[in-house]
Design a binder for this molecule. Structure first.
Ligand SMILES: Cc1cc2nc3c(=O)[nH]c(=O)nc-3n(C[C@H](O)[C@H](O)[C@H](O)COP(=O)(O)OP(=O)(O)OC[C@H]3O[C@@H](n4cnc5c(N)ncnc54)[C@H](O)[C@@H]3O)c2cc1C
Length: 414
């Protein structure tokens, strides 16, 4: 089978979803390829359940695709209003977050993509690409044992592992070589939590319970990271911590199993020791271990730690965020640093590269050092990068321009 599109997006996570919507709305015949049976990636299958990455001076309703997602979630009574949260037990980082129902989000993302007029190919795994004269000509996608050949004028790699950029030999970031990946976490939900009782605990009480749990070998982080998804007694938890190397297929599988063991340990401990959890049960676990980092590529500009800390503004900025540099260590602690200027910016040049003329990167694989990546990797920022990628892709199709020659100022999101 052969399909022909203007714009093809590999991966329908937060960035790929937004790219598909923006590309289709701007007139390009668009297809998003997703190996799961739903859009959203970590936001849905990974069960993250809490959007972060807003700017401190963000106004609501939020603009663009992000605003539409929040609006539709509200219509389904499936998200809370934005509020400043305790990030790992600390409020001074002033992180604004919106918690939501990750199952309803699947439905919301389908609806927005369908309305925008983009096509979706689920159960479709990117496996290979044809590259000629510095352009991607086509990709091969496996569905149910059959290879589908898909041609397009522009490709967006939003796959998190950068499967297409890797095939194109786009250079990896220099600091990628040491394979110093952050630990992953398997998100899980518990039902029948007495939210009122749990939410009455102070941060100090939560930390003290967590310290005992770590001493007993049943907890893995220094606080109880549990938040309600709504008014129903269902809480989501970000409390496992599993070392992993996504470039080692065997080790990656073992990490999935280790993560499930941790979740069983944690939930058992919570039921015995955490006020409000005495009648709680595990209601679901993420479809896969959440990985915080994988490949990062080197584009026309690499966003650095200094750019984030100093809030450097670029002529071609496509997104802004105030999320701290949040690198999860391999032990039980946390360490994050807020940008000193309160806000940082991402330039268009960090989502294109000089080697391939019709490729755009989207989401957390973009050109950034380890520290900048640790700030931009959250979902609101990834959605905004994706939206810019989709607009740029449609501009390249419309004008017959190379993606790496587009004037990022014209994208018009900032
Ligand atoms: C444990 C954990 C907790 C987090 N907590 C938060 C939080 O509280 N708030 C927040 O805002 N962010 C959080 N994040 C970060 C955030 O969830 C991700 O960084 C963000 O969703 C990345 O978006 P993305 O589009 O780059 O990638 P993803 O969401 O990972 O999407 C990539 C998509 O590509 C698809 N794909 C991959 N390979 C292929 C292939 N070969 N063929 C077809 N499809 C493919 C995948 O199935 C997936 O759908 C967390 C991350 C983790 C791991």
């Amino acid at each position: 089978m052969e399909l022909v599109y203007d714009v093809v997006i590999i991966g329908g996570g937060t960035s790929g979803f937004a790219a598909a919507v923006a590309s289709a709305r701007h007139g390009a015949k668009t297809l998003v390829i997703e190996e799961n049976a739903f859009l959203g990636g970590m936001a849905t299958g990974g069960m993250v359940s809490q959007f972060m990455g807003f700017a401190d001076d963000e106004t609501f309703p939020a603009r663009g695709v992000v605003g539409e997602v929040l609006d539709k979630l509200h219509q389904h009574d499936a998200c809370e209003d934005p509020k400043v949260i305790y990030l790992a037990g600390r409020k001074e980082a002033n992180v604004l977050a919106v918690s939501y129902d990750s199952d309803i989000l699947k439905f919301v993302l389908d609806e927005i993509v369908e309305e925008a007029g983009a096509d979706i190919l689920f159960h479709a795994k990117y496996v290979d690409a044809k590259i000629e004269n510095n352009r991607v000509r086509s990709v091969d996608v496996a569905v149910n044992g059959e290879i589908i050949h898909i041609c397009a004028k522009v490709f967006i790699d939003a796959s998190f592992h950068g499967v297409l950029a890797y095939k194109c030999n786009i250079p990896l970031q220099e600091d990628y070589d040491n394979k110093d990946f952050q630990p992953g976490s398997l998100m899980f939900k518990m039902a029948d939590v007495d939210s009122e009782e749990f939410l009455a605990l102070s941060q100090e009480e939560k930390k003290s319970i967590a310290r005992n749990g770590i001493d007993e070998g049943q907890l893995y982080v220094e606080t109880i990271m549990s938040r309600p998804t709504g008014k129903t007694g269902i809480h989501f938890h970000n409390m496992s911590r599993v070392p992993n190397d996504p470039t080692d297929p065997v080790g990656w599988s073992k990490a999935e199993i280790a993560a499930r063991k941790q979740v069983m340990n944690i939930s058992e401990y919570m039921i015995r020791n955490v006020p409000g959890y005495q009648n709680a049960v595990i209601s679901s676990t993420g479809s896969f271990l959440g990985l915080r980092d994988s490949r990062r590529f080197t584009g026309s500009y690499t966003l650095t730690k200094d750019d984030v800390m100093e809030g450097v503004q670029f002529e071609d900025s496509i997104a802004a965020s105030s999320f701290p540099i949040d690198i999860h260590p391999k032990d039980t602690g946390f360490s994050f640093v807020k940008p000193s200027n309160g806000k940082f910016f991402i330039p268009y040049r960090s989502i294109v590269c000089k080697e391939i003329n019709n490729l755009i990167l989207a989401g957390r694989i973009i050109s950034a050092d380890k520290y900048a990546h640790a700030s931009l990797r959250v979902m609101i920022t990834c959605m905004r990068i994706g939206e810019a990628a989709g607009i740029a892709a449609s501009m390249a199709v419309r004008d017959g321009t190379d993606t790496n020659k587009i004037n990022g100022q014209l994208i018009g999101l900032m």
